[in-house]
Write a protein that binds this ligand. Structure first.
Ligand code: C2E
Ligand code: CA
Ligand code: CA
Length: 670
């Protein structure tokens, strides 16, 4: 006897014949179990226990038979019947388990139960999503895994029979019969369940379509976040309800592992959207989605979570396996993607989490994904408690920062910007600091990123703008500064994107009474890469007022070199990385020289940043006229000291030779 005689659930036209086949099978199994019951009646104690189980098995099989009959009348199995069939199957499996304890053990039996469990889990998710491909996979899993395992169970049982004594042998025969009968009925229940999956998948075209739309992502055709969350919940509830209903000896192992999911996020998609357009960005998302799905197995559920994020419900809940699988996916993502006529290469970062409830799993996977990004992107990290602690600490710091803005915990220091030719202080750069009530003094690298991610950079940045313009006005009024000097203020890309950015700056200038020519804005190169129209217009407007625009950290990010002449920019701030290597790296030195010549040709001023040694200063000075900033001259200092430097600071002319020793007065931090 073989489960091959069960109806293949996909066979449409033959379903009636198949149903009668199934019914016949049930009756056959009934005969077997009843025969076993009769033989069991004459046996001793343990056999009486077997009888109890047997009666349970009979009741369950009765129920299954009735369901089979009813559904034959209905023409198809519906959800309540399938549920009932499944319950009965589970009860049967429980009886089978107990009977095992009475004499029949075998590894194949365990594998069988595991295969059945997997089938339930896969099938449920598949049916719920109405995905015929997945239903098919569940059916195949049933034929490929469950069926051969059944033969294994029978073989195991036979093996055991050979080594047991007569009495045990006799009991075993009974148990084996029941086992075979019971297991087959369990399988029948599963076969019916698979049919239920199929029935749901096919339930009326309109309903399926609606279901699809609700659970499908329009861009990629993958299931969406809602689908993933439902599948997660379903999978968790199948696991736990099996464990509850059938106790420790059940379809589900007692220590059923929790469910694992991965969250993948394409790194820097924004750059691609910005430079190649959203259409190409969408194309990229589609390609990556397809790659993820193609790399993973048929039982892993790949969904688009939204934006450039993909959620994966992994068939195997072990984190070690998850890492291996996701690393394969990350490798696949490395392959270039052809967008238009360009080969684009991207990476992705992923977080993996296991857990027992949907919300926690999703949240933890998200935290782990951010940890992977923070660790340098293009990697996978598995959620750990310390990550949650970090995330919480970040939340706390965010709350602290919000409060800092209203409690005067932020303050500014100013670093002089020196004319290398004469040693005169040309201006100062305003740099924000935070006096945290518990952590003490914090540098901007510790909180600017957080402020940008949480939107707090808006109020923070405007506070810096207001305060530094006000400070410059005061220096002028008190005679510390003169109208040729300037204050330079860092402006975050987030602030630059604010629609009324230019008007707000103009208003601050009006309110503080500062001449626009005494204000310089420092913006990073990357915001200008695509020459966003609105920003270029705003900067042009500000330049019209006399405000100076500087490109900060020039030479480090995406280069705007090619169209530098078209941008509303007055100043290039050459990044410290160039200055650091100007002595040691001839290539860098030549590049720096090139930048200086280009700037001169375009009539732009230059500020060299992070000058720490006298030879650096003189090498730079040898390249051409420029301003410089760095610890060689002064660290960022409090406003009172900065005032003195603006008025009295004179570092003397920089020799145009690298071998001189500095000899200028260091300002005392008064
Ligand atoms: P940045 O705009 O490139 O500022 C220069 C940074 O280099 C400052 O660090 C300054 O202290 C440091 N520096 C100057 N000379 C030297 C030197 O000779 N050697 C070394 N090792 N470092 C030098 P700081 O103050 O920690 O600021 C770090 C970054 O935080 C700034 O880099 C800027 O991007 C950001 N930042 C600071 N204040 C603000 C602000 O008010 N708004 C915004 N959006 N960003 C700010
Ligand atoms: Ca700066
Ligand atoms: Ca800089």
């Amino acid at each position: 006897m073989s489960v091959e005689t069960l109806p293949p659930a996909s066979a449409h036209g033959q379903s009636r014949i198949a149903r009668f086949g199934a019914l016949g099978l049930v009756l056959l199994i009934m005969g077997l179990t009843v025969g076993a019951a009769e033989r069991a009646r004459g046996l001793a104690d343990e056999r009486r226990q077997a009888q109890v189980e047997l009666r349970r098995a009979q009741a369950a099989s009765e129920q299954l038979r009735a369901i089979a009959a009813e559904t034959a009348v209905l023409g198809n199995i519906d959800a309540p019947h399938a549920n009932e069939a499944f319950q009965a199957g589970a009860a049967l499996a429980q009886s089978v388990d107990r009977l095992q304890h009475l004499g029949v053990h075998g590894p194949a039996n365990d594998r069988l139960r595991k295969a059945m469990k997997d089938l339930v889990v896969q099938g449920t998710a598949a049916a719920m999503l109405g995905r015929e491909g997945k239903v098919k996979a569940a059916q195949n899993a049933y034929h490929d895994n469950v069926d051969p395992l059944l033969s294994g169970v029978i073989r195991d049982t036979d093996e055991q029979m050979k080594v047991e004594d007569r009495r045990a042998h006799h009991a075993t025969v009974v148990a084996r019969d029941v086992l075979i009968g019971g297991t087959l009925l369990g399988l029948l229940a599963l076969a019916l369940l698979v049919r239920r999956f199929e029935a749901i998948a096919r339930q009326g075209r309109a309903e399926t379509l609606l279901r699809r739309q609700a659970f499908t992502d329009a861009l990629t055709g993958l299931p969406n976040r809602a689908a993933l969350e439902i599948a997660l919940g379903e999978r968790l509830s199948v696991s736990t309800s099996l464990a509850d209903e059938t106790g420790s000896i059940s379809l589900a192992e007692p220590d059923l592992p929790p469910v694992a999911m991965a969250l993948l996020d394409i790194d820097d998609l924004k750059t691609i959207n910005d430079s190649l357009g959203h259409g190409r960005g969408d194309e990229l998302v589609r390609t990556i989605g397809a790659r993820i799905a193609a790399t993973l197995g048929p039982h892993d559920l790949v969904t688009r979570f939204g934006g450039d994020e993909f959620g994966v419900l992994l068939a195997d809940p072990s984190p070690e396996r998850a890492i291996r699988e996701i690393e394969r996916v990350l490798q696949a993502i490395h392959r270039p993607v052809l967008l238009g006529d360009r080969d684009v290469r991207v990476t992705a970062s992923a977080g993996v989490a296991v857990g027992l409830d949907v919300e926690t799993i999703v949240r933890d996977a998200d935290i782990a994904m951010y940890a992977a990004k923070a660790a340098g992107k293009d990697r996978v990290s598995v959620f750990s408690q310390s990550m949650r602690d970090d995330a919480l600490a970040n939340l706390e710091l965010t709350a602290d920062l919000r409060r800092a803005l209203t409690r005067d915990e932020l303050f500014l220091e100013y670093q002089p910007i020196v004319d290398l030719k004469h040693g005169r202080v040309d201006g100062v750069e305003a740099l924000v600091r935070w006096m945290h009530p518990v952590r003490g003094r914090m540098n901007p690298v510790e909180f600017i990123g957080l402020a940008e991610r949480t939107g707090l950079i808006g109020p923070l940045g405007w506070w810096v703008m207001q305060t530094s313009c006000g400070q410059m006005r005061r220096w002028l009024d008190e005679g510390w500064a003169d109208p040729t000097q300037h204050v330079s203020v860092n402006v975050s890309p987030i602030q630059l994107a604010e629609p009324d950015m230019a008007r707000r700056i103009a208003r601050i200038l009006r309110e503080t009474g500062l001449d626009p020519r005494q204000l310089q804005l420092e913006i990073t190169e990357s915001v200008l890469v695509d020459r966003p129209e609105a920003l270029v217009a705003d900067l042009t407007e500000l330049m019209g007022l006399g405000v100076r625009i500087a490109i900060d950290d020039f030479g480090t990010g995406h280069s705007v070199l090619a169209y530098l002449k078209d941008l509303p920019v007055d100043v290039l701030k050459i990044d410290k990385a160039f200055v650091d290597e100007i002595e040691s790296d001839a290539g860098r030195a030549r590049l720096t020289q090139g930048i200086v010549q280009l700037a001169q040709a375009l009539d732009l001023s230059i500020v060299a940043e992070g000058i720490e040694t006298a030879p650096q200063a003189s090498l730079l000075h040898g390249l051409g006229d420029m301003l410089g900033q760095g610890f060689l001259y002064s660290r960022p200092v409090a406003p009172s000291v900065a005032g003195q430097l603006l008025r009295d600071g004179n570092y003397g002319p920089t020799p145009e030779s690298a071998d001189f020793t500095p000899d200028f007065p260091r300002p005392s931090a008064a």
